[in-house]
Design a protein around this ligand. Structure first.
Ligand SMILES: Nc1ncnc2c1ncn2[C@@H]1O[C@H](COP(=O)(O)OP(=O)(O)O)[C@@H](O)[C@H]1O
Ligand SMILES: [Mg+2]
Length: 213
């Protein structure tokens, strides 16, 4: 499904849930409709109150099927799947299903080792550095580790999603209707690169003054 983005990966705590919500939030700010689809049985569904996107519970196979059927009839909408860790069969299914598949990983040797295995296992998936340092020295060190550990995979990596403490506001049951600029900017830039990869247009600042690509 071209309109489906799967955020998956073997390891827990890499930023799948945060990135899936930041992506939906950013898509909303860029004038794109999206549905955040929960598939992680360890998490509770979040209310759609205060959000620029819809949230749906796809934790059972029946519910997920229904949501995907609905999405097929809404060609202008994007679905973003929040996967769960340690579920190779589910990840394989979500990989086959997704028009774009992204694998978050943090600045740690362990995350990088795991994502390398996932990048080999899922040859069309893209890695995305997550919770990336904003301090310039730490950033240089993280870049150096990327070069050492993942150099040949760099063409398959998206730009990093920076560490932004307000990202947890999106994971509250009800999101505040006004969110910090920093979070909006990080979310928009994530959404832009995803839309670029999908070859889809967006409004520059979420207004309706014209579509650009
Ligand atoms: N970009 C980010 N900036 C700051 N904290 C983050 C970011 N992404 C994730 N986190 C934090 O890292 C932890 C794990 O993230 P989460 O999205 O739940 O990972 P996963 O869904 O892969 O288990 C959470 O406490 C979350 O708030
Ligand atoms: Mg999660």
């Amino acid at each position: 499904m071209q309109q489906l983005i799967s955020v998956i990966g073997s390891k827990g705590g890499t930023g799948k849930t945060s990135i899936s919500h930041m992506l939906c939030h950013g898509l909303g700010l860029l004038g794109r409709h999206s549905i955040s689809i929960l598939t992680d049985i360890e998490r509770e569904p979040l209310s759609r109150v205060g959000r620029h996107y819809i949230t749906l519970d796809g934790r059972s196979p029946e519910k997920l099927d229904k949501i995907l059927e609905k999405l097929k009839n809404m060609p202008d909408w994007l679905g973003v799947i929040d996967g769960g860790g340690n579920r190779p069969d589910m990840d394989r299914y979500l990989y086959e299903l997704g028009g774009l598949v992204i694998l978050p990983f943090r600045d740690s040797q362990e995350d990088m080792r795991t994502v390398l295995r996932d990048l080999d296992r899922y040859p069309n998936a893209l890695g995305i550095p997550s919770q990336w340092p904003t301090n310039s020295w730490q950033q240089m060190a993280a870049e150096r580790t990327l070069d050492e550990v993942m150099q040949t995979y760099r063409p398959r990596l998206l730009d990093p999603v920076y560490s932004v403490s307000s990202s947890k506001l999106l994971l509250q049951t009800e999101a505040p209707s006004h969110l910090p600029n920093m979070l909006n900017n990080v979310s928009r830039s994530l959404a832009r690169q995803v839309l670029d990869r999908l070859g889809l247009p967006y409004t520059p600042d979420g207004d309706d003054s014209g579509i650009t690509n």
